[in-house]
Design a protein around this ligand. Structure first.
Ligand SMILES: [Zn+2]
Ligand SMILES: [Zn+2]
Length: 347
């Protein structure tokens, strides 16, 4: 079988490599991958940002996927052949203090599928059964492939934000996590506005509109006038920063109301800013990272109910046989959530 691997420590440098079909070890099952999504962190690997220096190359990437169990390793008892599954791709060590107190998402020694070991852009994957999550019957396989990023949004909104009915919410960044966060914040009762920058005008802001959100393009909108229009000049109750850009936090501080909350979801790198205004306005600064079992459960319910509209959200135009096109288009903002048909790699 073939897999799409990162092969060199530079921009691009992804190649289809030959891989033997893996044998499931003890407590593992073999999963035949049907669909896999392209995530902002996969794009980070494509561009080879510093966070991925730790990777051993070549490594097959991809961590958001839906597949079917086809073979059981020794002592694997949780699933049967034919079961449809997704993976919780961030695996806690099970031993450290955070794992022991139920905070595996911030494990001191976590490993991530498609970063620390081979991932989902290949025909088959051997996975510890404990890391798998069953897909509910009425969720289509292609939609289940976005359960993982949906779980990130679910954690940010439901666990880590105070969004409630009638709250005015701004989601900065119309990327995949931003648009999932927006849909879940809306399901939780918020009145959601989505903001983007110049290059988002082509695909991502129109997609946000299609998903039912009011949008602003900060490149050609006057911030003062916009705040006045949306919040009567008061500012938003909750601002989610999903931009992954250093300006995300500083603009969130300008957009949030006094006494409001900022939830940082994207990893924005370094920024300097005066913090006293935050203290004087009693801004609640909350971070949200990755997701856990319960967030996946909620994610499937949100997909099933249609609160997360996968039909509109998923972009299935691209192929792993020409992945550069998908990645370059993603980096330029010309798509939001590509989902690949991985069966092409088994042909
Ligand atoms: Zn992801
Ligand atoms: Zn741990």
């Amino acid at each position: 079988m073939r897999g799409l691997a990162k092969v060199e420590r530079s921009h691009g440098a992804m190649e289809l490599v030959d891989r033997p079909r893996p044998e499931p070890g003890e407590g593992e099952v073999l999963v035949e991958i049907d669909y896999a999504g392209l995530c902002g962190s996969d794009a980070g690997i494509y561009e080879f940002e510093s966070a991925f220096e730790r990777m051993n190359l070549p490594t097959v990437i991809g961590h958001e996927y839906a597949g079917r169990v086809v073979e059981l390793g020794e002592d694997a008892t949780l699933f049967s052949p034919g079961d449809r599954v997704v993976e919780r791709p961030i695996r806690g060590c099970g031993e450290c203090y955070q794992c022991r107190i139920g905070e595996e998402n911030v494990c001191q020694d976590a490993v991530i599928t498609g970063v620390d070991h081979d991932g989902a852009y290949e025909g088959f994957l051997a996975v510890p059964e404990e890391a798998l999550h069953p897909i509910p019957e009425d969720v289509p396989q292609k939609h289940a492939a976005v359960a993982e990023p949906t779980s990130i949004g679910a954690r940010a909104v439901i666990e880590n934000s105070r969004v409630g009915a009638g709250d005015r919410v701004l989601v900065e960044g119309p990327g995949p996590i931003g648009l999932l966060t927006a849909q879940i914040a809306s399901a939780q009762g918020g009145e959601v506005v989505v903001s983007g920058v110049g290059q988002d005008a082509e695909y991502r802001l129109p997609l946000a509109t299609e998903l039912g959100f009011e949008t602003v393009n900060v490149a050609d909108d006057d911030p003062e006038a916009r705040r006045e229009r949306h919040t009567g000049g008061v500012g938003y109750d909750v601002v989610f920063d999903t931009t992954g850009h250093p300006s995300g936090l500083t603009s969130a501080v300008e957009e949030v109301r006094k006494g409001g909350q900022i939830v940082l979801v994207g990893q924005t790198g370094e920024t300097t800013m005066p913090y006293s205004p935050l203290v004087r306005a009693e801004i609640d600064l909350q971070c949200s990272y990755a997701s856990m079992y319960e967030d996946f459960e909620r994610s499937f319910r949100l997909i099933r109910s249609g609160d997360v509209d996968c039909e509109t959200f998923v972009d299935d135009r691209f192929s792993l046989l020409d992945a550069d096109e998908a990645f370059e288009t993603f980096v330029a903002g010309g798509t939001c959530k590509p989902v690949f048909d991985v069966s092409e790699l088994r042909d």
